[in-house]
Design a protein around this ligand. Structure first.
Ligand SMILES: [Zn+2]
Ligand SMILES: [Zn+2]
Ligand SMILES: [Zn+2]
Length: 87
């Protein structure tokens, strides 16, 4: 998996830098962790090693970028369009 500078992702400017997660658990299956928040709409979904609802949301909605929860300086940011972590 690649890591690219934020400035190289053309999608980051279309989303919020300060997302407000709609839930703390996955909206689809209530998995409490690990979860990801959609930076476009605040949808919370579980990760690919759980049931993959964060990825399913991104594909269904076209929302490009997620962050890992809980939000902290250690949270990673992933762009589905660039298929890369953003630094
Ligand atoms: Zn991107
Ligand atoms: Zn789920
Ligand atoms: Zn979304």
């Amino acid at each position: 998996m690649a890591t690219i500078p934020r400035a190289d992702c053309p999608h980051i400017s279309t989303v919020s830098d300060a997302p407000a997660p709609a839930n703390s658990a996955c909206a689809e299956c209530a998995a409490p962790a690990p979860t990801r928040v959609c930076l476009t709409c605040g949808h919370v979904g579980c990760c690919d090693s759980t049931r993959g609802h964060a990825t399913a949301h991104a594909q269904a909605s076209g929302h490009p970028i997620i962050r890992s929860l809980p939000l902290s300086t250690g949270s990673f940011t992933w762009c589905y369009e660039c298929k890369a972590y953003l630094q």
